[in-house]
Write a protein that binds this ligand. Structure first.
Ligand SMILES: Cc1cc2nc3c(=O)[nH]c(=O)nc-3n(C[C@H](O)[C@H](O)[C@H](O)COP(=O)(O)OP(=O)(O)OC[C@H]3O[C@@H](n4cnc5c(N)ncnc54)[C@H](O)[C@@H]3O)c2cc1C
Ligand code: FES
Length: 529
């Protein structure tokens, strides 16, 4: 079907607009005086891309900052895995005409090769089938690698959206429909072997070998360690009682969901973002939820106490109770947990407990390699290389932050995908330093919080907007530099900040002395250097 969708004068350079051809939504973009018609929704979770921002020839998604090249629709940055479809567009006088086929789909799998053993006899092993491993496998095929790819997971499932486990999935919105990253036929078509339910017990880099629990040995030419982490357990009496859970894998979420459906009360141990997502989800499912944490306010370590307090108030308004400044010392019960005992002797009756106190990098099977002395993560260089023929990506990797110079380890979905993509290209010998800007999101009741940059510590938090009303931006500042920004709302502003960080053009924190700052205008100012 072909239709005139708008007039040329209605769009200026840099504009994005949603139009339709028949029933098909189309994203119309004007860039350097040319017009482009693309799929209208993001390939990650379907965000309307006209609400994002276009800059530097890239369209950035408003929800989780995937980006796509405006001229081709190709994805530039994750978490979207697919490219946007580009539709034929004609300009006839002032009319912009777009043609859409009957079977139009807003995105499609990028062009990739498959396994051709006759042209490439190498074996690339990817230990881990999370988003880091998946992104690496796809990148290898996109880059033309025709050797064997073996992606290994201890899990029973093909790679899935782990981030959904503490959100919609835990509220029973998708019980039978665990959101998978790719279909079985995708892996078959692209010659990517996924070895499921295969626990690795040893990685011997000096032998280029991986040993499995059943004794089988796989030899590799290149290895990517993308083994993520394991949920940290709380070492207290009663930790092995029924209905005491951690949440990292799909089966954990399924068990919590099943238990919560027969429960009235839940205690969540921990007050960082996954624990608090669990508190929000269980509360929205109708349970009376109590959060127990030694922190003085939730989210204190990631967001600071002022923002943390605001989020605590929001949770309290929704019925969540807090026992802050306390540690759980025991889970009491006979077969199943019946109560959580606190360090002041208080007893909180409950039907289930979710322990959300972070992860430990999964590296205990790695032999003869430099691990970080603190958390045993895999230490990599700027190219994500850990040792000869060994790379690491995602939650397991501690890498040099190109902005601060310090070694950092980050547990974010998009960053793990970015790592996977760069590590894969470096496995192919491309020598690309990792420079991407970290970003994460969390959903807490009605708030969709987005965070860009990285700040373990800061001197000051400056808040713009209306924190009380829940529409705000917070800036984490050290030595007059903006290290990170957090926002609820302010979508375009946060994208502009992320782009300024990416380009190394973020102004000093002095800019915050005026409020509001027009971040989008700052991004679009011509470079004066
Ligand atoms: C419930 C939950 C919600 C989250 N929500 C968000 C969010 O909203 N936003 C955000 O940015 N981030 C979120 N995160 C963090 C994000 O999901 C992680 O940063 C990301 O999944 C890390 O991906 P990864 O590929 O590095 O590792 P993982 O996803 O942990 O994958 C590790 C893989 O390694 C395999 N493995 C490990 N050890 C072995 C072994 N010995 N043998 C065989 N296989 C092994 C595992 O089976 C798995 O396949 C969330 C995390 C959780 C748990
Ligand atoms: S919906 Fe676009 S990045 Fe998530």
């Amino acid at each position: 079907m072909k239709a005139t969708v708008c007039q040329t004068h209605e769009l200026s350079n840099g504009d994005l607009r949603r139009v339709t051809v028949g029933d098909t939504p189309i994203l119309l973009a004007r860039f350097e005086d040319n017009f482009y018609a693309l799929g209208a929704v993001c390939s990650h979770s379907g965000a309307p891309l006209d609400q994002g921002l276009m800059h530097d020839g890239r369209i950035v998604c408003p929800w989780h900052m995937a980006s796509y090249a405006v001229q081709t629709g190709q994805q530039c940055e994750p978490p979207g895995l697919d490219d946007l479809t580009r539709y034929p567009l004609m300009v006839d006088g002032a009319n912009i005409i777009v043609e859409v086929p009957d079977d139009a789909s807003p995105h499609h799998i990028p062009a990739m090769t498959t396994h051709h053993p006759e042209t490439d006899g190498r074996v690339f092993a990817i230990l881990g089938a999370g988003i880091a491993g998946q992104s690496a496998a796809e990148t290898l095929r996109k880059e033309g690698f025709a050797g064997r790819i073996v992606m290994i997971t201890a899990d029973a499932e093909n790679p899935y959206k782990r981030t959904a486990l503490s959100k919609g999935y835990l509220q029973g919105n998708a019980v039978d429909d665990l959101p998978k990253l790719r279909s079985e036929s995708f892996f078959a078509a692209h010659g990517i072997e996924v070895w499921r339910d295969r626990l690795v017990t040893a990685v011997k880099p000096y032998e280029h070998s991986i040993t499995f629990a059943d004794g089988e040995v796989l030899n590799y030419h290149q290895l990517l360690l993308a083994s993520g982490g394991r949920a940290r357990q709380l070492q207290v009496p009663g930790a092995d009682l029924d209905n005491v859970f951690t949440l990292h894998k799909a089966e954990d979420a399924a068990q919590i969901l099943a238990s919560s459906q027969a429960a009235q009360r839940a205690v969540v141990i921990g007050s960082s973002f996954i624990a608090m997502e669990v508190a929000a989800s269980l509360s929205q499912s109708g349970l009376a939820v109590t959060v127990v944490s030694p922190e003085a306010v939730p989210f204190e370590k990631v967001f600071g106490s002022v923002i943390g307090h605001r989020l605590q108030v929001m949770h309290e308004e929704q019925g969540v109770e807090f026992r802050l400044g306390h540690k759980a010392t025991e889970f009491a019960g006979h077969q199943a947990v019946e109560a959580v005992m606190l360090d002041n002797g208080d007893r909180i009756p409950t039907d289930l407990v979710v322990v959300g106190i972070g992860i430990e990098p999964a590296t205990d099977f790695i032999e003869a390699m430099k691990l970080h002395p603190g958390d045993h993560s895999v230490v990599v260089d700027a190219y994500l290389r850990a040792a000869e023929s060994v790379f690491a990506a995602g939650d397991v990797a501690r890498y040099p932050d190109p902005r601060s110079g310090s070694e950092i380890r980050i547990e974010h979905w998009r960053l793990a995908a970015q790592h996977g993509r760069i590590a894969a290209r470096n496995m192919l010998g491309q020598a690309i330093p990792f420079k991407s800007v970290p970003f994460f999101w969390t959903k807490q009741f009605s708030m969709n919080l987005h965070y860009v940059g990285h700040a373990d510590t800061w001197d000051e938090v400056v808040i713009h907007g209306d924190l009380e009303a829940g529409q705000f931006m917070a800036f984490y500042i050290e030595a007059d530099q903006i290290l990170a920004a957090l926002a609820n709302g302010y979508t375009q502003e946060l994208i502009a900040i992320a782009e300024l960080m990416r380009l190394g053009d973020l102004p000093s924190a002095k800019v915050l002395q005026q409020e509001p700052v027009d971040w989008v205008r700052l991004l679009k100012l011509p470079v004066t250097a």
